[in-house]
Design a binder for this molecule. Structure first.
Ligand SMILES: C[S@@+](CC[C@H](N)C(=O)[O-])C[C@H]1O[C@@H](n2cnc3c(N)ncnc32)[C@H](O)[C@@H]1O
Length: 344
């Protein structure tokens, strides 16, 4: 292990109690993610050179062909594309990639208008880590992923009406792309990111480059026994086992996207117990009927939307809807919902 910071995070994680350890879904990824970090070039973080990182958000590659196709099938398709179809449009309605990008951007503009959110034209994505899928609109950089996380912000903003000085706790921040959007729109937000060691390490590496506001790193927070040193307006990183630090904190929003659903029910119950009554609002984006129970990455017990409703009994579900990416519905695992709960 090359990074002393990651080594220390792993040491603390291993000595934490079992409800903070990754369950089957994420345990299956851990070894490969750690090996990847050890040998990777951080400047290629988002180039597609390290596909395992896409599992937690670093997903900035244009997949012209389905990523799971064998190389033989991909080569055959490339041949057909390059030598037979040439530049003829193969999608319906004569669509090409540029049309899809423009429609996705326009989708964001319309959603911003209807949710009274800050327009997408006011922000742009960082190009740190060489993202493959960068395109320009009015001279600014975007990726499809960036636009998709922007829509989550619009949904939340519609019901909360962010003022910009809120405190947000995100568990399972993954790449940190959501925080990038939120901090670029509202630089004074106080944000606490909690995650498993390797994911937290890369999230911190990325966001330290992607945003200009103060970052309080896990090398500092790992020593904390309370949140007395929380800095207003700064972005903080914590190991997921440090969630009990929230016990005396009242905060505005608890945020969990595509993360609870990849854990087991008891682990999720423990997290929900620790944030219940402390967060004024809760935003969840999860697989509506739970994640798969077979395959390399699977859960033992799927968690569906009814589970969240029953666990959040001291909150009112204000609104839930099918979750969208910028260019399509979020259709994996049979579809995702996003919902916003308010403390009663
Ligand atoms: C699919 S990624 C989603 C990342 C990000 N929220 C997003 O929407 O792109 C799932 C995240 O949940 C985190 N996670 C999985 N199991 C966890 C656990 N037991 N405790 C805390 N975080 C966990 C992973 O490390 C990862 O960051």
């Amino acid at each position: 292990m090359k990074s002393a910071k990651l080594k220390e995070l792993l040491r603390r994680y291993k000595s934490a109690s079992s409800e903070y350890h990754a369950t089957s879904y994420w345990d299956a990824y851990e070894k490969t993610i750690l090996e990847t970090i050890d040998s990777m070039d951080m400047n290629q973080l988002r180039s597609g050179k390290y596909p395992i990182l896409a599992t937690f958000g670093f997903n900035d590659v244009i997949h012209l062909y389905h990523p799971n196709l064998s190389w033989i099938k991909k080569s055959m398709l490339k041949f057909v594309h390059n030598f037979i179809l040439k530049d003829r449009a193969i999608l319906p309605y004569g669509l090409d990639i540029r049309n899809i990008q423009e429609m996705a951007y326009h989708h964001c503009e319309l959603i911003a208008e209807s949710t009274k959110s800050t327009n997408i034209e006011n922000i742009e994505v960082s190009t740190f880590g060489n993202p493959q899928d960068v395109f320009k609109v009015s001279g600014r950089n975007y990726t499809m992923t960036f636009l998709s996380y922007y829509l989550r912000y619009c949904f939340v903003n519609k019901y909360i009406g962010l003022k910009g000085d809120e405190t947000i706790v995100e568990l399972g921040s993954g790449s940190g792309y959501q925080v990038e959007i939120l901090k670029k729109i509202h630089p004074n937000l106080t944000i606490l990111c909690f995650d498993l060691p390797a994911q937290l390490f890369l999230c911190e590496e990325y966001l330290s480059k992607a945003i200009s506001q103060e970052v309080v790193g896990s090398n500092l927070t790992s020593e904390w026994n309370n949140l007395d040193n929380l800095k207003k307006g700064a972005l903080h990183f914590f190991g997921n086992w440090q969630i009990p630090l929230l016990k005396n904190l009242k905060f505005d929003i608890f945020w969990n996207a595509a993360s609870f659903g990849e854990m087991e029910p008891d682990v999720v119950k423990n997290y929900i117990n620790q944030i219940s009554g402390k967060a004024s609002w809760i935003y969840l984006l999860q697989a509506r009927n739970g994640k798969e129970t077979s395959g390399k990455n699977h859960v033992k017990t799927p968690i569906d939307i009814e589970f969240y409703k029953s666990q959040l009994s001291s909150y009112s579900l204000i609104r839930e809807q099918d979750a969208w990416l910028a260019h399509s519905k979020l259709a994996q695992s049979g579809g995702y919902f996003e919902g916003i709960w308010k403390q009663q």
